[in-house]
Design a protein around this ligand. Structure first.
Ligand code: KG4
Ligand code: ZN
Length: 336
């Protein structure tokens, strides 16, 4: 079966063709990133306009690359939420119109479930149950997945981890998006140079990242950082920030595995590209016999192949969406 995936939850417009849920025939992503750079973050109106301008071209390109004809498609999987409502509506309207025209089913997919599903394309499935760690620009969630059902163990109480990277990078004058930029500089710095205090949270598995952004601002304003700009201090600050943030993610994830008696962790979202997270989580999990899954780097960014995969899984479990569904900007994991 050929599944067309459509992803327009934020600043990317993506279409993918997936064969039998496991072979990516094409995965075309058009990003509006450059248009947002001058503003230091995503501007929703610019993002949705870009999706509208790009969707038809991206769809046709995804088909052309596979030599698949429209009539060969058997299913459409489309991001229903969470995300920016304007962007989501572009993909959803396109998916409905195409499904109607072709007379094929379509399935609304949760974007965060898609991020986790990116791990399973062409790979054997984890032995259930597993812990999900979702780390993106908009979300930070720890979940437990048992027999097809999902429970949220904890979330961020303020900023998402990717947001903390982006805001701190902006304070440091590095540009947008901040995650890859901080990750790169961190590799040249001393992770012990600055100490950041751990936030206090409501729940054991909740996260908080707004305090560390303020702490970064305070370091920048302090005499250590007075002009002229010093590369060593910048690298040390990035390394210390990264070590702290990744340390919190890893600590809570391992704690979740141990309390839930789970031996598998599946990571997804833009921050799953982070080099330190990839290494440290693997190292900390090993002594407990916990296996860690990261998606291939190309599938860490928002893309339609992961949505196609999740939609295909849902379809196989009997899910079909009807014409009445609408975009859900605050859709929670487990709702699709
Ligand atoms: O999942 P994603 O593409 O979009 C959302 O659904 O939010 O995630 C984007 C986020 C941005 O905040 C970006 O800075 C972050 O992922 N990111 C990283 C890295 N690459 C991307 N954060 C840390 N380290 C990276 N290497
Ligand atoms: Zn995402």
């Amino acid at each position: 079966m050929l599944t067309l995936g459509i992803e327009t939850s934020c600043d990317e417009t993506s279409c993918a063709v997936l064969e039998n849920g496991n072979r990516i025939l094409s995965n075309v992503v058009s990003s509006s990133l450059a248009k947002h750079k001058p503003f230091g973050g995503v501007v929703p109106e610019i993002a949705s306009r870009h999706c509208l301008e790009q969707i038809d071209f991206v769809f046709k390109t995804a088909l052309r690359k596979t030599k698949v004809a429209e009539k060969d498609l058997g299913l459409i999987a489309v991001t229903q939420g969470p995300g920016l409502v304007g962007s989501l509506l572009v993909g959803l309207s396109f998916a409905k119109a195409l499904a109607y025209q072709l007379g094929i089913p379509f399935v609304g997919v949760n974007h965060l479930e898609g991020h986790l599903a990116a791990n399973f394309i062409g790979r054997p499935l984890p032995r259930h149950p597993y812990i999900g760690l979702i780390v993106s620009g908009g979300h930070t969630e720890l979940t437990v997945h048992r027999n097809g059902s999902v429970k949220i163990l904890g979330s961020t109480v303020d900023d998402a981890v990717g947001e903390a990277y982006d805001k701190s990078a902006k304070l440091l004058g590095l540009g947008y998006p901040g995650g890859p930029l901080i990750d790169r500089l961190a590799q040249k710095g001393n992770p012990q140079a600055f100490r950041f205090t751990k936030p206090r949270q409501e729940g054991r598995f909740d996260f908080s990242f707004s305090g560390i952004k303020t702490a970064v601002r305070n370091v920048i304003a302090s005499p250590v950082c007075s002009a002229p700009r010093n590369d060593r201090i910048l690298n040390d600050l990035c390394a210390s920030f990264q070590e702290t943030v990744v340390g919190w993610l890893v600590e809570k994830t391992i704690d979740a595995c141990r309390t839930q008696k789970v031996k598998e962790v599946v990571v997804g979202g833009g921050v799953s590209a982070n080099s330190r997270l990839r290494r440290l989580l693997g190292e900390e999990a090993r002594p407990y016999g916990i296996r860690v899954w990261f998606p291939p780097l190309a599938l860490t960014v928002d893309n339609a192949a992961m949505i196609a995969r999740r939609g295909w899984e849902l379809y196989r479990n009997g899910k079909r969406s009807d014409w009445k569904i609408s975009a859900l900007p605050n859709m929670r994991i487990g709702e699709s």
